[in-house]
Design a protein around this ligand. Structure first.
Ligand code: ZN
Length: 283
């Protein structure tokens, strides 16, 4: 929703939202088919023609994976704009714009509850919020989610989607890589499962840290997963990259991902895995 629409709605000038053609139809970015928005959304934002998995919000993802009635952890308070960063825009302005368009204060949201009655904490990275980029708030939310799983003695499931580290926070964003890695080690030491669901796209510093440290890696079909971009790799090695390079199915074939799971099957698959991996209680 743009600024004008928001202001107009808040002032009550228009009580009835006008439905336009644009609201009703969406074009699949993969097969270009025009889809009825309602059909698309009721199909979990997966194209019914070609099975392309669209990006969904953190809230939609939590509702998809957790049983109803889960608890939403507060987004951590962190130092804002410590480097007073400015490129074409001020970082504070970019944050303001992202917050106006999102129900959350940053790109990582944690829900604590149950997946098919098995206790679990689920952390979700929202690509819609500044490209899901990992800054201090994301790192801190990840760690607090892991701590919640440690406190509850349950599994930690993390759904990744990110363009990488948040460049506006410089070295402080890169520091989130060792911080989150330490938390994955603590989960391991406590014998608690840590499962990663890789969604489109998962790249950069997120791939280079917690996204690749799971006990099990699940990817959604067609998801782009990698560290450096394809053009950078191609220009460096001066070779044509193979078909499907850095896509979920390619990584599965080459052993980087354990399974590629359709969004419709995701919750049931996680439920089953949590059964297999449930912490062993001392007799
Ligand atoms: Zn399609």
């Amino acid at each position: 929703m743009n600024w004008f629409t928001r202001v107009r709605n808040s002032l009550g000038f228009s009580s009835q939202k006008k439905t336009t053609e644009k609201d009703l139809w969406i074009k699949c970015p993969s097969c270009q088919e025009m889809l009825f928005v309602q059909d698309y959304e009721s199909n979990l934002s997966v194209c019914p023609k070609c099975e392309h998995h669209g990006r969904i919000s953190a809230d939609a993802r939590l509702a998809l994976l957790l049983d109803p009635g889960f608890e939403l952890l507060p987004i951590p308070e962190v130092a804002e704009d410590p480097l007073q960063f400015k490129d074409t825009k001020k970082y504070t302005d970019r944050l303001k714009a992202a917050r106006a368009a999102s129900p959350h204060k940053d790109a990582f949201v944690v829900g604590s509850g149950f997946i098919e009655t098995r206790p679990a904490v689920v952390g979700v990275q929202d690509f819609g919020f500044m490209g899901g980029s990992m800054g201090m708030a994301v790192g801190q939310a990840f760690c607090e989610g892991a701590q919640k799983a440690l406190d509850r003695g349950c599994a930690y499931v993390v759904v990744t989607a990110a363009g990488g580290a948040r460049m506006q926070e410089g070295i402080l964003s890169l520091m989130q890589m060792p911080r989150t890695t330490v938390m994955t080690r603590r989960l391991k030491a406590a014998g608690l499962p840590y499962i990663v669901v890789l969604t489109d796209p998962t790249t950069g510093g997120v791939t280079a840290s917690y996204a690749m440290l799971g006990d099990i890696h699940i990817a959604e079909p067609g998801a782009l997963i990698g560290f450096a971009g394809q053009r950078v790799i191609q220009d460096t090695i001066r070779e044509q990259l193979p078909e499907g390079f850095q896509r979920a199915e390619y990584l599965h074939k080459h052993g980087m991902v354990d399974m590629v799971v359709h969004r419709r099957e995701l919750k049931a698959t996680l439920g089953q895995l949590l059964d297999y991996l449930r912490p062993v209680k001392a007799a």
